[in-house]
Design a protein around this ligand. Structure first.
Ligand code: SF4
Length: 323
């Protein structure tokens, strides 16, 4: 049993080796590569089985892929061109960038025949400054052949598969029309783990029928699962989605920024300190956002979180027990 006591963690370094109060992906990458590594997003033009009819039509009730696609992405451009434009954009924004991970983000990026996937992935990996891939997908869009191929790539490159789970409740997955259940995610984890492929899990907090206590228990549920990275974001209602129609018909409440920060602090306290945090806040472009209008950027929310962790003298894993 290993319960981290407050006294042992009030100074210096936390178990992940930095003075930050949670296990941040930027620190993890810096430690691994000795420099900042930036993701460059591409749109390979894939679709999703939850949209094209093989699993369902219309997709998850909150999904509008336009809301998370940066301007330089456009599936009509080649992967190479998107990478070059993305790198150019990022290098103007940040100094001394030399290593990039190509992020296949919109829709389900393993939802194509293996030969097609190989063509896209290998085109991305042929760029001299690209050291790996992050592949966003659904847990029902992988199979043994695809994972075996990624296992081979992972011997040479930094390969992450990002599985959208969104909620650990089957009732919620049904309500949001995910088209898969929690067991499907667990099966995908089982197939992927221990093969040199890194695994990221994606979760959303804020579905109006879920309760804070459920989100806190999610930390316990996630803590013993064999994945490496976690992404969390607050629920957004964006335009042209089923959720927008539901919201307009019967508006529901959202957490305020302060309430969300409180939730995240308490969630982190319960979460296994081994899990590296890639993201805790989402942002939807103003042109697509219906609600909530928090009026604060992610950078400010991160500062608010760090201040709150400091104020409460707390940190990721404070109440985690591996017994
Ligand atoms: S699985 Fe992803 S791409 Fe497909 S409908 Fe759901 S959120 Fe959209």
């Amino acid at each position: 049993m290993n319960v981290h006591s407050a006294d042992s963690q009030t100074t210096d370094r936390f178990p992940w080796g930095t003075t930050h109060r949670y296990n941040r992906y930027t620190d993890y990458q810096r430690k691994l590569y000795g420099q900042r590594v930036q993701k460059v997003t591409v749109d390979a033009g894939f679709t999703c089985p939850n949209r094209d009819g093989s699993k369902g039509f219309g997709g998850c009730i909150y999904c509008n892929n336009e809301s998370f696609n940066p301007g330089y992405n456009n599936a009509t451009k080649s992967i190479t061109r998107q990478i070059e434009e993305g790198i150019e954009f990022l290098k103007r924004r940040y100094k001394n960038l030399h290593k990039f991970i190509v992020y296949f983000q919109p829709y389900s990026n393993t939802y194509a025949p293996l030969d097609t996937l190989k063509r896209y992935y290998e085109e991305a990996l042929s760029h001299p400054e690209v050291i790996g891939l992050t592949i966003g997908t659904r847990p029902d869009c992988v199979d043994e052949a695809k994972i075996a191929y990624l296992e081979c790539l992972a011997r040479e490159f930094d390969i992450t598969v990002e599985y959208g789970l969104e909620s650990v409740s089957d009732a919620t997955l049904k309500r949001i029309n995910r088209g898969h259940d929690v067991q499907c995610y667990l099966d995908a984890l089982e197939m992927t783990k221990g093969r040199g492929i890194k695994i990221c899990t994606h979760i959303i907090f804020g579905f109006p029928w879920e309760k804070k206590e459920q989100w806190l228990q999610t930390a316990n549920w996630l803590s013993d699962k064999p994945f490496d990275f976690l992404k969390v974001h607050q629920l957004h209602v964006v335009k042209e989605t089923a959720l927008e129609r539901l919201y307009r018909k019967k508006p529901f409440d959202f957490m305020t920024p302060d309430e969300y920060i409180d939730l995240i602090v308490r969630f982190l306290e319960r979460l296994n300190p081994r899990i590296v945090i890639q993201r805790l806040f989402g942002e939807a472009p103003p042109r697509t956002l219906v609600a909530p209008h928090w009026g604060v950027r992610n950078t400010h929310l991160i500062q608010m979180l760090e201040k709150e962790l400091q104020k409460r003298n707390t940190y990721q894993g404070k109440y985690f027990s591996d017994s």
